[in-house]
Design a binder for this molecule. Structure first.
Ligand SMILES: *Cc1c(COP(=O)(O)O)cnc(C)c1O
Length: 370
């Protein structure tokens, strides 16, 4: 699905130098590279504070801790997402409230959010899924109306822009009260292990976030908050500082690959190509087709025989997962999510794709329908 080796080979000298620099310096924890990367990411995103941490799941958890969410508070999120989002809600003893998504953009349905709001609702976690922004402007309006916090899960969309109705443009992750991301190796900005970050424009909130990531202390050995130990390794920060310079190029390369697929599949009635939401510039963390009247397992097997990878993100809605089953929900409650889980299929998309690779993959897919 990705070509991490090819990507590394193209920037090998820069990366090797950065890693060697950290080892030479031996500041493995919170070294100068961590501060430098935080600063550079703040500039890239035009956000006041970037707080790095251990991974994207921790980032979500720490954001919820810093906002002071308490057991029994309800947090609304999309049913069609990676499990991390509801996992941390459950871990903190909060109540996850799931809502359906739009069938064409796959992002959280605003009307469904409003219907799910109760007096216990404290926060909404929109997920900018597959590289495309949720309708964050509409979500912010709900936040104002009902006095809710917004935590943007930007793990799949770092670098994507959102255009407001007045023409203003902002990076996703910097619009809500807090944004979170992941630097898992296959994400759009990936490191060589685990990593994550939290973004905010709120000064008090940033202080609390910085304290929580580091055992809840501002002054060493004085603990003001219950915290966690979640840090971005200096080596990972050094790698990310190099790769951040390439993020726009990487995202453009993904977009070009998606354009190729869109054209190749335009006239195939069995394949719905991913819709581009006009307020977002899709950065294609995933290129996800919706199949109609297709034996998905058969198509995946056909591709496998031709050496083409494919994947299903995500095969089971959260309300039907063993760990998250809940009396409030039953099969049929989330028709869009349930249908997508049966019919989505993602194709390889990454930063180093050549036209011949794209042609081979597209031809292999279309061959199945001949
Ligand atoms: C990857 C991902 C996460 C979790 O990130 P990790 O760094 O793997 O913990 C959270 N949310 C979404 C939507 C993701 O895709």
């Amino acid at each position: 699905m990705v070509d991490l080796k090819g990507q590394y080979n193209n920037i090998k000298t820069e990366i090797d130098t950065a890693i060697a620099g950290v080892i030479d310096n031996t500041a493995y924890i919170n070294g100068p590279e961590v501060k430098s990367f935080q600063k550079n990411l703040e500039d890239y995103l035009s956000v006041k504070e970037v707080i790095t941490c251990g991974n994207g799941t921790d980032a979500l958890q720490i954001a919820m801790m810093a906002l002071g969410l308490k057991p029994d508070d309800e947090v609304i999120t999309a049913n069609f997402t990676f499990v991390a989002t509801v996992e941390v809600i459950a871990l903190l003893g909060l109540t996850p409230v799931l809502v359906d998504v739009y069938p064409d953009t796959f992002t959280i349905d605003i009307d469904a959010i409003e219907k799910a709001i109760t007096p216990k609702t404290k926060a909404i976690v929109p997920v900018h899924l597959f590289g495309q922004a949720a309708d964050i402007e509409g979500i912010m309006k709900l936040a104002d109306k009902y006095n809710l916090y917004i935590i943007e899960d930007t793990a799949q969309a770092l670098g994507a822009d959102y255009t407001f109705s007045d023409g203003r443009v902002a990076k996703v992750g910097t619009i809500g009260h807090v944004g979170t991301t992941s630097f898992f190796p296959s994400k759009n900005l990936g490191c060589y292990g685990d990593g994550g970050a939290i973004f905010t424009n709120g000064e008090d909130l940033s202080k609390k976030l910085r304290s929580i990531v580091n055992h809840g202390m501002k002054v060493r050995y004085y603990h003001d908050n219950v915290g966690v130990n979640s840090r971005l390794d200096t080596i990972q920060a050094a790698i990310l500082d190099v790769k951040l310079n390439y993020l726009n190029t990487y995202n453009n390369n993904r977009r070009k690959a998606a354009d190729y697929y869109d054209q190749a599949f335009a006239s195939c009635d069995n394949l719905q190509t991913p819709k581009r939401f006009e307020k977002s510039n899709h950065i294609f963390h995933q290129y996800t087709l919706v199949l109609s009247d297709v034996d998905r397992a058969g198509l995946q097997e056909h591709l496998k025989e031709r050496g083409v990878a494919s994947a299903v993100y995500y095969p089971v809605p959260l309300h039907l997962q063993e760990a998250y089953k809940d009396d409030r929900y039953t099969r049929g409650d989330f028709p869009v999510t349930e249908d997508l889980c049966k019919n989505v299929m993602s194709l390889p998309i990454h930063t180093e794709m050549k036209e011949e690779d794209l042609k081979y993959i597209a031809d292999s897919v279309l061959e199945f329908f001949k």
